[in-house]
Design a protein around this ligand. Structure first.
Ligand code: PDD
Length: 278
């Protein structure tokens, strides 16, 4: 695989980052994941805009222009022959003497690599739907910044696996925030309900696209917090993310939703999203 590190394209074995990198020592870094279907990048501008916002929130200098970033994405997709897959991008504050205070004149580290995911858009899970468990949301309070502090979501994924489920929905004061790496939705009497934007959740790029398509298709959308109890009584549920698009959820904490199969709204939104993206 060819990867990109600080301005250079290199074979992955030759790509290195300092042990003093603040991404490694402090999780002082931000990232984006952009999907590729049929060799085409999905929603690059949305991801680039969110990256710029994350950097701003952390007062981290941006080492690359949007045009150059797009060129690197395209070069890696082509060099690695990615038909279906993902481009991962990470920017950290770079190497500095270990100190909690930000260094004064940091040189950010920028790394990009691709992951081939053949058949990404034909994930068989979309036919059967996912099972989720609920766990307390114990992440930090600025989940709107896409940082690389992903240990709690990683623990959540392991708790889900141990329980025989596919993912975990996190709750705060009884209300669902989001999945470990995706936004969460329920559908009740035809209305799509998903948490409003704020610091409690990541502002999903797929979320923005899916809500736009839903409104264009005259579906009713409510952006508000919903409780776990409300979710268990919903007609259907689903998640969205760059790596899953729209994925039905059929079970929460062992409670089947509706008849326990992917619901019509989730199926329709997945179809619309993939049609619009191809
Ligand atoms: N995760 N919420 C969280 C906590 C996420 O980590 C993600 C994305 C999303 C969905 O955002 P988007 O639609 O922009 O992908 C919501 C990526 C895919 C990841 O960490 O791999």
């Amino acid at each position: 695989r060819t990867v990109y590190v600080n301005g250079e394209y290199l074979p992955e074995e030759q790509a290195t980052v300092s042990i003093f990198d603040r991404g490694f020592l402090f999780a002082d870094g931000v990232y984006e994941v952009t999907s590729v279907i049929g060799g085409k990048l999905l929603d690059f501008d949305g991801h680039a805009a969110r990256l710029e916002r994350s950097l701003n929130e952390l007062e981290m200098p941006n080492p690359i222009s949007r045009d150059d970033l797009l060129a690197v994405h395209r070069e890696l997709v082509s060099a690695n022959g990615i038909e279906d897959g993902l481009v991962y991008l990470q920017i950290t504050r770079g190497a500095a003497d270990r100190d909690f205070a930000y260094p004064e004149d940091p040189t950010p580290t920028i790394v990009l690599f691709t992951q081939a995911k053949p058949g990404l858009a034909d994930n068989p899970k979309a036919q059967t739907g996912m099972k989720v468990i609920s766990i307390e949301d114990q992440r930090w309070g600025r989940r709107d910044i896409k940082t690389v502090q992903l240990l709690y979501p990683s623990m959540g994924k392991m708790m889900a696996k141990a329980a025989g489920a596919d993912d975990a929905w996190m709750t705060e004061e009884g209300h669902v925030t989001e999945g470990t790496s995706n936004n969460a939705y329920i559908v009740k009497d035809g209305t799509i309900i998903t948490r409003h934007l704020g610091t409690e959740i990541l502002h999903g790029i797929t979320r923005a696209a899916v809500l736009r398509f839903a409104k264009e298709a005259q579906m009713k959308v409510e952006e508000r917090a919903f409780t776990l109890d409300e979710a268990k009584e919903a007609d259907e549920a689903f998640i969205t993310s760059a790596s899953t698009f729209v994925m039905p959820v059929v079970e929460i904490d062992g409670t089947a939703l509706g008849d326990g199969t992917p619901g019509p709204v989730a199926r329709r939104l997945r179809e619309i999203y993939l049609d619009e993206s191809r």
